[in-house]
Structure formats: C-alpha cells, structure tokens
Write a protein that binds this ligand. Sequence first.
Ligand SMILES: N[C@@H](CCC(=O)O)C(=O)O
Length: 273
Amino acid sequence: MFTSSLERAPIGIFDSGVGGLTVLRQLYRQLPNETIIYFGDTARLPYGIKTPAEILQYVREILHWMQQQQVKMVIMACNTSSALALEVVSQEFKLPILGIILPGAKAAVSCGKRIGVIATPATAKSNAYRRAILEMASDVRVWQVACPEFVPLIEQNRINEPYTVDVARSYLEPLLEQEIDTLVYGCTHYPHLAPVLRSLLPSHVKIVDPAVHIVTACAQELDLQGARNTHLPLPTRFAVSGCPQQFANSSAQWLGYTPMVEMVDLSELRVRS
Ligand SMILES: N[C@@H](CCC(=O)O)C(=O)O
C-alpha cells in the first residue's frame, strides 16, 4: 500500500456492544483525524460469560471482516477478547492488532500498589491483568473481581437505577476491604458506570481507564508506521451483528447523536473465518 492510502485507511475497533464506545470517545479526543469503523457483536453479547474457545472464534470472524474492510489497524476495545484471544490472533493475522490489557496494566502500576481490577467473569478467570501487572511490578498486590451483572445492566441502559448501585456496592466491597488505592476498569463497558463507581469509592482511590491508554498506544503505533491520517476523516461507520436500531438508540446518549448503523449478518461473518 502507498503511504497516502495507508494513512487514509480506517482504524477498525470492536467490542461485544456499547463498551467500545468508551474507547471510541478517546479516539475522537486523541486522534480526531482518523476514519473509524466500529463493530459491535451485539447478537452474541455478553462475551464475558462465554468459553475461551467461543471468544477466540468470534474474534477471528470479526478480524476477517475487518480485513475485508481494509483497515490499517485493529483496536480490541474489549478486555475479554484481549485476555482470551489476542495472543493467538496476533500470530494468525497480518494486521497490527492492539489489545487493551497491557496499556491498562502499565497505567495501573504507575498509579498504585494495591490494585483492584473489576472485569467480566472470563477476563477475571484468565488472570490476564494479574499476570500483566505482576510482570511489570512484583511489589504490588492485585485483586480481581468478576462483575457478571454489569454488562447486561449497561446494555439495557439501567445505569441510574438503585439496583445497579447496590450491585456495584457489592462488587466493590471485597476490594474496599483490601484497602485498594487503585481501581482498573477491566471491561470497556464500565466507564459508562463511572459516576456510580466513583461515588462508592473513597476519594483517594485512583481510577484507571485503559481506554485512554490503548488509544495513546495506538497513536504511537501509527507514528511508528507513518500511518497517521493528516487529512479529514470520513464519518465513523457503525456495524453490528444484532439489531441496528437498538444499537443506534442505546449508543445515542454516549455519542451525542443517533448514528446510522449497518447490520452484518452472523452467517456473513462465519463464512469469512
Ligand atoms: N466490553 C467488554 C465485553 C463485555 C461482555 O460482552 O461481556 C470487555 O471489555 O470485556
């Protein structure tokens, strides 16, 4: 590819649903010139309760689709995919693929010594954050809590309900007992709960949002490859495997506008893998 066409090629970003919008928001802030294709695998969410083999299969299918869209890079805006599939697919695809765990872990060790990670059951079980953090700093302690109810509550837009606050309190309780000084959002959906979570944490506890740091890593990678777009970007393209209207409605509050959303049929995705 010539440099100019590489520059203008889109960045692909995916998640199971609206979680990746917290990464998209950072892309808009840090890399406003990039053209972006967003894929939400809404027909198959939540990923966090699926088996590692299922998650790997979904990620392969999405990456094949992304390749067809001629993206220059893929951001896994999903911790579960990064924890369970990144290592394997990085070997399989000739495409720069960025995972979110490493940038998140790096930010966490620069913040504190008693680190709590809230994540999906699959991510927590994989120990990906604990391993990454302890590899960088052996003098820190890490506690991981699986939060199975968060993603469905966020996808159903039940963020401000008293029930959600109760659930959040119960998930944070074991971490507060350990007197954590840092909390990592180990799932890209969770920044949508930021006001609730912040209100339940003592003010000295720092919050790490890996979305910020994966986009910083993306900017560095683009510079390394001379692939940063210096032209005006095209509008973001949104595609989902489930109901486009539902995604358009639920994402409007995070985006500030109601997006046009395409549907990619699961059978179409499967053919590509
Ligand atoms: N956004 C999620 C995936 C959530 C899910 O579908 O369970 C993550 O970062 O892990």
